[in-house]
Design a protein around this ligand. Sequence first.
Ligand SMILES: Nc1ncnc2c1ncn2[C@@H]1O[C@H](COP(=O)(O)OP(=O)(O)OP(=O)(O)O)[C@@H](O)[C@H]1O
Ligand SMILES: Nc1nc2c(c(=O)[nH]1)N[C@H]1C(S)=C(S)[C@@H](COP(=O)(O)O)O[C@H]1N2
Length: 199
Amino acid sequence: MSAPDFDAVRIGIVSVSDRASTGVYEDKGLPALKEWLARALRNPITFESRLIPDEQAGISATLIELVDAGCSLVLTTGGTGPSLRDVTPEATLAVAHKEMPGFGEQMRQISLRFVPTAILSRQVAVIRDRALILNLPGQPKAIAETLEGLKNADGSQAVPGIFAAVPYCIDLVGGPYLETDDSVCKAFRPKSAIRPARA
Ligand SMILES: Nc1ncnc2c1ncn2[C@@H]1O[C@H](COP(=O)(O)OP(=O)(O)OP(=O)(O)O)[C@@H](O)[C@H]1O
Ligand SMILES: Nc1nc2c(c(=O)[nH]1)N[C@H]1C(S)=C(S)[C@@H](COP(=O)(O)O)O[C@H]1N2
């Protein structure tokens, strides 16, 4: 099956970091997000990338801009912790039409399998218009950890990543039909929502 058989999707990726955005260190958040999404999704993706400081108003404005630009999914990385400058969850909730608390709950559960400080992430997920906005922690390795979950040595899934629920969530808000590479992350949809296989 060739790429044009899949719905096109526009995805916003936002790295929120004072130091990466001012060049103190190289941003590894945007490349990690791009690499994982390109591996996990079979749809042709147009990325909208933003590298911004930990400023609440600027984060909210960026999220609104990306949703208005037609992004069906917006992933942020960074600024979810307890530090005074960490305001990504507040900026995300400020633009929410609906909260989706299950994503944050599940990501903290998954992250506990990797680090005992997982509970320090206040990450949230929300719906705005026809888009799902998801916060991820700032550690670049946390991106694959939370989206993909944990696999056993034989490749079977020990802890399902949260991305398994993302395609159906986007169906429900009227977005494109996302299809995953099941070896990376197997999307789950109720039987009634699965598109018939194409010839
Ligand atoms: N965008 C990024 N690119 C590369 N490494 C990052 C990035 N964001 C975070 N990290 C790494 O994860 C660690 C913890 O991330 P955290 O979000 O707490 O950063 P921070 O110390 O609050 O500072 P800043 O917001 O300036 O990135 C950082 O010390 C850094 O090593
Ligand atoms: N999967 C995963 N989750 C994680 C981490 C991690 O390394 N991997 N780091 C934790 C730490 S140390 C912090 S402080 C919080 C918040 O990170 P942030 O402020 O960079 O978003 O995420 C937590 N969640």
